[in-house]
Design a protein around this ligand. Structure first.
Ligand SMILES: NC(=O)c1ccc[n+]([C@@H]2O[C@H](COP(=O)([O-])OP(=O)(O)OC[C@H]3O[C@@H](n4cnc5c(N)ncnc54)[C@H](O)[C@@H]3O)[C@@H](O)[C@H]2O)c1
Length: 297
């Protein structure tokens, strides 16, 4: 897609952080925007902010983990704007936890918001894009955690790896079926300024005690302190948004903005090499990671 003017973009998790920045980026480029989010008040505020910025914007309260709600989002989009050109499957949550202590309910929640949501987005929007036959693009927000794994990241890394594989599968299936009107881009940020480190804001009531209790573990507390400091000092969401629109225009499959430093690249490469050569890469990586967590504590 080389021109965004008059295109229609749907952005999940559009009330905050990266999603809100993508919505601003879309209207600045002349696109019409639908923002979807589970939280009503931030969604209403974001709608007002985007309209003040001159956007033609619709807001639809949506729980992306539920297919019927994502299907209703697609219907609302087409009813209002008659078409859809860009689907940003962006909503997501991060909550640290030990692999064996995280409850089945918390795993279900994170899998629903981070991974099943992308399946829902593809199933609700791609058939409509195929039927339209014009220039379209699916943009899925994974993470650097889609190619690396850190201690405490079990539900997050697992789901973000899933988003990378699912998006690559979408790209390959479209190519094999010779559907060249739809591009695919996978966004894999390291750290970007946002509210991602506050999972309590959208966690179900039944998980609030577990979410608040996670920081009693010293390793998880140190990890989250490290992550909060990194996110606060991270890439501005507007800068990431610019990179994403550039990637869509160029039809790049990957956006990997924070992996330009040597340490991140070495970690990602060691893990990838370990997987294809059956060599455990983690013992040399772990000491450095734990040291970084403790230094932040
Ligand atoms: N910020 C970072 O450093 C970073 C790094 C890598 C990947 N990401 C990914 O970026 C995406 C956007 O996150 P962010 O950093 O802007 O965080 P954020 O918390 O600021 O925004 C996420 C939005 O998703 C919404 N949301 C949560 N559950 C939902 C649900 N079930 N249905 C609909 N909306 C829901 C939230 O209400 C929130 O507005 C996520 O997928 C996240 O995993 C963020």
């Amino acid at each position: 897609m080389d021109r965004f003017n008059d295109k229609v973009a749907v952005i999940t998790g559009g009330a905050s952080g990266i999603g809100l920045a993508l919505a601003h980026g879309a209207i600045q480029r002349g696109a019409k925007v639908v923002i979807a989010d589970i939280r009503v008040e931030p969604l209403t505020q974001a709608l007002a902010e985007l309209r003040d910025a001159g956007g033609d914007v619709l807001a639809v309260r949506t729980d992306v983990s539920k297919f019927e709600e994502v299907e209703a989002l697609a219907q609302a989009t087409v009813e209002r704007f008659s078409k859809v050109n860009m689907m940003f499957n962006n909503a997501g949550v991060f909550a640290s936890g030990l692999t064996w202590e995280t409850s089945v309910e918390e795993y279900d929640w994170v899998i629903g918001v981070n991974l099943k949501s992308v399946i829902n987005g593809i199933k609700a929007f791609v058939p409509r894009m195929i039927a339209q036959g014009d220039d379209c693009h699916v943009i899925n927000t994974s993470s650097g955690a889609g190619i690396t794994v850190n201690p405490g990241f079990s539900s997050y890394s697992m789901t973000k790896h899933g988003v990378v594989a699912l998006s690559e599968a979408l790209y390959l299936d479209l190519s094999a079926e010779q559907i060249d009107t739809i591009g695919v881009t996978i966004v894999m940020p390291g750290v970007v300024q946002s509210k991602i480190m506050f999972p309590e804001k959208t966690g179900p009531d039944t998980l609030q005690t577990e979410l608040q209790g996670r920081l009693k573990n010293p390793t998880l507390k140190a990890l989250e302190q490290f992550m909060r400091q990194s996110v606060d000092a991270g890439l501005p969401a507007s800068a990431l948004s610019d990179m994403v629109f550039e990637a869509i225009a160029k039809r790049d499959l990957y956006v990997l903005p924070n992996f330009t430093d040597e340490a991140s690249q070495a970690q990602a490469q060691a893990i990838a090499m370990g997987r294809c050569s059956a060599t455990n890469p983690y013992p040399p990586l772990l000491a450095g990671l734990l040291e970084a967590f403790k230094a932040a504590g």
